[in-house]
Ligand binder design. Structure first.
Ligand code: CMP
Length: 146
């Protein structure tokens, strides 16, 4: 018989290309790098967060000293929001984008290539399967996910 026990992995994550990267014209290059790394786009929109929505999205960081700055920045211009599919999506995407602080991000990662600093760091990637689900449904209705 033999049941085949596979390691449980997520296959979806959520990302935003942040206002700094969109403003600098890097959205196309970043999406290309994401697709070249084997991620499939299953939802995507070009949008702008209100201050209120940005505050809600990052509510988990409300007590941090950088929260106000983060909310102002994330609502300062358009973003690209997307849900990405790939085996082991959350972990693999975090490897692809590199450390939060671009000065510590591995060479060739999206943040090493395109981020300005720890605040204006080009992209967001969910940090867990649970947050990927919460963040994806924050931005997309079921009918917008394919
Ligand atoms: P992100 O992965 O989107 O999740 C939380 C965000 O907070 C992070 O990326 C950064 O943009 C921001 N952030 C984290 N640490 C700092 C910091 N020390 N100063 C300013 N912004 C920060």
């Amino acid at each position: 018989m033999g049941l085949n026990f596979k390691k449980m992995t997520t296959n979806r994550t959520f990302t935003m290309i942040k206002p700094d990267a969109v403003k600098s014209g890097y959205a196309g290059k970043i999406l290309n790098q994401i697709c070249d790394a084997g991620f499939k786009i299953v939802a995507m929109k070009f949008t702008r967060l209100s201050k209120e929505k940005a505050g809600e999205f990052y509510a988990v960081h409300a007590a941090r000293p950088f929260y106000g700055e983060l909310v102002d920045f994330m609502s300062s211009g358009p973003i690209v929001a997307a849900i990405l599919e790939k085996e082991n999506a959350v972990e693999d995407f975090r490897t692809l984008i590199g450390a939060t602080d671009p000065s510590k991000a591995a060479p060739g990662t999206i943040r090493a290539l395109y981020a300005k600093n720890v605040g204006e760091n080009a992209v967001h990637g969910s940090d867990s399967n649970e947050n990927a689900q919460i963040e994806g449904s924050f931005h997309f209705a079921g009918t917008e996910i394919f």
